[in-house]
Design a binder for this molecule. Structure first.
Ligand code: FMN
Ligand code: SF4
Length: 494
């Protein structure tokens, strides 16, 4: 995003009558592969609400969160990024073992019941590598840094003091801790400096680590197992998370220079994502939806841009993806430095701004900013002779914007994350000709700030006028915010 940044007003909204909505493209069905039809082209993309247990299980709060979206009856609802491994990952949902099945089944049942069976339900499945919190310098130099002869050598050269070549480990550590910074920069490697300043982060190129080297061997099976569980739990399909800062997106990136045939050229970088897709398809069968979410532009130095994204999109479509969902940015490479004790968050830098754009934006503004990327992917897919639907998201919160995108053939489905968080009934309100009652997202990212601190996500527009202790209004851990959107007063009968 290029400066100068200006505050953009929300686009004016003209809402359709019920008859106009009934005739619209937005409220017409869309086929998601051979097996699944969504009754509308409205879509709630994945959003992590930080409501699972620390062990990754579905909680009553998770059920309430998805149940609330389902009451707005979007065409499709995608459940948050859900971990495919059986390893602790904080309060994020997990699907890496059969013990998670009962909770996921309950989630499916709740969405079916609340939407009257109208909303299609997908599970986003994710693999991520380890990222550590930014350490205090004392902890880093005294404990985490793995000292080597190279450090002693560089310290001797940097200070001109021969004695560092044979120095005791404790002495070396204390010397580096004492600084100054320019000395530390001359002694540590770039990765070690990153670990000091941001916290250690594994990369897909760390082939010296056995578990990273083995990713191409392990991931197809892990994703396939996760998909099989999602199917057993009753989901309509899975969304393979190939976007943002996580493992599969990192394989696609030109920054992936693995030397084992899974990094380097675009053909090598797309190889593992295609092998995962094939394994998931083989396990899940033809009659079940398997979609891919990936980036239309990484928006980082050395990352891929729209042309390569379009090429990836055509390959995923040829390989049988049932839909393609296009996002943008959200990378670690340009993330802001976290405070000591915090982990880097991939939505804080310029690429993060592109992922969840706010009204403080460049001249182009935040609204529908990703549409050209989705259009480029769609054009490449159509040029390959395929009809795979393309889902677009990013600052789309009015009927006219959504309808215009569909009418111009820029995408086939319109996703709205934050607008659906602000008002989960907004699709229903528009469909019923009551768009004037939509609570419009202000795109100022209060919710994203909560996500960043791993706090229960809520919207700043939700009514806070509730009686304390009212059991019908579950509250966030801080006791000040309601955990689900208020009900639509005057909601018509289903
Ligand atoms: C609180 C929050 C959590 C999110 N979690 C995910 C996620 O789990 N997976 C994902 O692909 N995108 C995630 N996103 C990104 C959204 O799906 C969406 O791409 C982004 O917010 C832009 O769309 P919007 O302008 O309609 O909000 C998240 C966004 C928010 C605000
Ligand atoms: S908190 Fe702000 S940006 Fe997030 S959904 Fe609510 S109004 Fe939109």
């Amino acid at each position: 995003m290029t400066d100068p940044r200006v505050r953009h007003p929300l686009p004016p909204a003209r809402w359709p009558t019920e008859e106009e909505a009934a005739r619209s493209r937005l409220f017409s069905p869309v086929r998601l592969g051979r097996s699944l039809v969504a009754e509308q082209r409205t879509w709630v993309p994945a959003m992590v609400p930080w409501r699972a247990t620390a062990e990754g299980f579905v909680t009553p709060e998770v059920l309430d969160w998805y149940g609330r979206f389902a009451r707005g009856r979007p065409g499709t609802l995608v459940v948050e990024a859900t971990g495919i491994r059986d390893v602790p990952s904080g309060p994020l949902l997990r699907v890496g073992h059969d013990r998670f099945l009962p909770g996921l089944r309950e989630l499916v049942a709740r969405v079916r019941a609340e939407s009257g069976g109208r909303t299609r339900l997908l599970l986003q499945v994710i693999h991520f590598l380890a990222i550590r919190r930014r350490p205090a310098p004392e902890a880093y130099f005294r404990r985490y840094l793995e000292t080597t002869a190279a450090h002693r050598e560089r310290l001797a050269v940097a200070t001109g003091e021969e004695r560092w070549r044979g120095a005791l480990e404790a002495e070396l550590r204390e010397r580096l801790l004492a600084g100054p910074r320019d000395l530390v920069e001359r002694v540590l490697s770039p990765r070690e400096l990153e670990a000091l300043d941001f916290g250690h982060r594994e990369r897909v190129g760390d082939e010296h680590l056995p578990h990273v080297r083995d990713l191409p061997r392990v991931l197809p099976g892990l994703f396939a197992d996760a998909a099989a569980r999602a199917r057993a739990a009753g989901f309509d399909g899975v969304e393979l998370h190939y976007a943002h800062a996580y493992t599969m997106a990192s394989f696609l990136s030109p920054l992936n220079r693995r030397a084992d045939g899974y990094g380097g050229t675009r053909e090598e970088r797309v190889r593992l994502p295609l092998e995962v897709l094939a394994a998931v398809r083989a396990r899940a069968g033809e009659g079940w939806c398997v979609g891919v979410r990936f980036l239309g532009d990484e928006v980082i130095e050395g990352g891929f841009r729209a042309d390569e994204a379009a090429w990836f999109g055509a390959r995923f479509a040829e390989a049988g993806a049932d839909y393609l969902s296009v996002s943008k940015g959200g990378k670690f490479e340009d993330a802001r430095q976290p405070s000591v004790g915090e982990a880097a968050y991939p939505y804080t830098g310029p690429s993060g701004q592109e992922c969840m754009p706010t009204t403080l934006s460049d001249a182009r503004g935040p609204f529908g900013r990703n549409v050209p990327l989705a259009a480029a992917v769609r054009a490449a897919v159509r040029a390959a002779g395929l009809e795979t639907p393309v889902v677009v998201s990013g600052g789309i919160g009015t009927f006219e914007e959504a309808e215009g995108i569909l009418a111009r053939g820029e995408a086939d489905v319109v996703a709205a994350a934050r607008q659906s968080l602000a008002d989960p009934d907004w699709f229903l309100k528009v469909r019923r000709g009551r768009g004037a009652e939509v609570r419009r997202c202000t795109y100022t990212n209060y919710c994203e700030g909560l996500d960043q601190r791993h706090r229960q996500v809520t919207c700043k527009l939700w009514d806070r006028a509730f009686a304390p202790g009212d059991p019908s209004v579950p509250l966030a851990a801080d006791g000040k915010r309601r955990l689900v959107a208020p009900e639509w007063e005057g909601r018509p009968p289903a």
